[in-house]
Design a binder for this molecule. Sequence first.
Ligand SMILES: Cc1cc2nc3c(=O)[nH]c(=O)nc-3n(C[C@H](O)[C@H](O)[C@H](O)COP(=O)(O)OP(=O)(O)OC[C@H]3O[C@@H](n4cnc5c(N)ncnc54)[C@H](O)[C@@H]3O)c2cc1C
Length: 464
Amino acid sequence: MTLRTPRDTDISELAAIVGGEFALTDEGIENYCRDESPDLEAQPSVVLIPADEREISEILRYADDRLLPVVTRGLGTGVAGGAVPFDGAIVLSLERLNRILEIDEDNLMVVTQPAVITGELRRAVEAVGLFYPPDPASLDSCSIGGNFATNAGGMTAVKYGVTRDYVKGFRGVLAGGGIISYGGKLVKNVAGYDLLQIVCGSEGTLAVATELTLKLLPHKRHRVDLLVGFDSVFKSVSAVSEIIRRRIVPSTIEFMEGDIVRIVADALEKSVPMPEAGAQLIISLEADSEEELEKTYFSLGEIAMELGAIDVFVADTTQTRERIWVVRRSMREALRAVSPTIVAEDIAVPRARLAELWKGARELGERFGVRVLSFGHAGDGNLHIDVLKDDLSDDRWNTAMEGFIPALFELAVKLGGTITAEHGIGVLKKPYLPICFGETELSLMAGIKRVFDPNGILNPGKAI
Ligand SMILES: Cc1cc2nc3c(=O)[nH]c(=O)nc-3n(C[C@H](O)[C@H](O)[C@H](O)COP(=O)(O)OP(=O)(O)OC[C@H]3O[C@@H](n4cnc5c(N)ncnc54)[C@H](O)[C@@H]3O)c2cc1C
């Protein structure tokens, strides 16, 4: 089907559904042209900000009848271009669906609208002693609906898993305006195909999620964070698999290459622990009692020293914790300050192959003449591999990237990994999907898209 850009008459009809003040065509529209992906921007024909599921259904019925493209938007923190409205698409911003509907302490579930900020949801359930684990680094600016649509991961995925592991029910709207509802406050459910898990991670291409039911856990009361320095990257990533092999499963194992730690320290103009280290790991441990916590962190400290750690810095107060986490949180910004143009890749491999991934990425950097630095969720086998343009000319940079990116993705797949661990395909990785999948898998995915959205109006050109 060939989609078309909305005309003035379409915009008036659509504006009537949401009410004039919630249909933007001019002032304020600039806030909806991009997400957090570098260098991607497009002007929507109109931004619609519906109040509820009924209005969303009417908008999608109208758009489907007239073959108008629609891009659903959470809070625009995506880094794969998923929320960018190419070709004058309608932006469907869910920002007004921003209420937590119920915290069910009997069933340990929370029912929420999609535009609730993830960090706010976590704090709301924590206030009653409960815990929602998925914690993307963007948690204070992204939405829970966006997390569902991208199957977001986070710092605690090593122990607790990703968004997919917590969504038990959802309601949504399909392209023709129909309502889809699947699951609920259920721990077990094997009735039919799992429509929820098909929509989760589909990046707004199959349905618009309007309500989510999420599983909660009891809140662990005791926690300590350790910063462990190593003289080499190789030793630090080898330690990640060894810690898990010895049956200690921390809630977080974050990896920071020493060169990046030093860049951040300079940018923040702050002294950081172990600045000379070749690499550092931030390891978080939690327990129900102080004794259990102490026992685990002593064993972990011993293992770390046995594996060649330079030192272990223990952070058990708000101030000491802040001292180590500020470095991890400031990485993106600090790297952009030294090189405004960066390509940030998001590769996952089996944990035991992390060292090969790091080394292979470095070698590709040398081969194509670009600086490569890595950090990320090492406990999940997930490295954020950042390629810095520095002062290369545009021509040299573009040529280098044409070679580097496919070579990196081929390396990931050769190591048994994937080209995106948590950021999604969006538009940026779409050309590389055939590196990951064969014809059979790609045609099944295309078939699923046709069943959900026969006219292809939902987030066209994205994800598959
Ligand atoms: C500094 C920074 C750190 C980050 N750290 C992490 C991290 O640790 N882990 C991680 O996984 N990601 C991370 N991200 C990426 C991003 O925050 C996540 O992908 C997040 O889930 C996007 O949520 P959002 O509300 O901003 O969605 P948007 O950017 O608005 O949308 C993302 C995609 O989801 C679709 N979508 C949004 N809401 C819905 C809905 N209700 N129904 C259907 N489709 C919808 C959109 O169409 C789009 O394709 C980070 C981003 C930044 C900028």
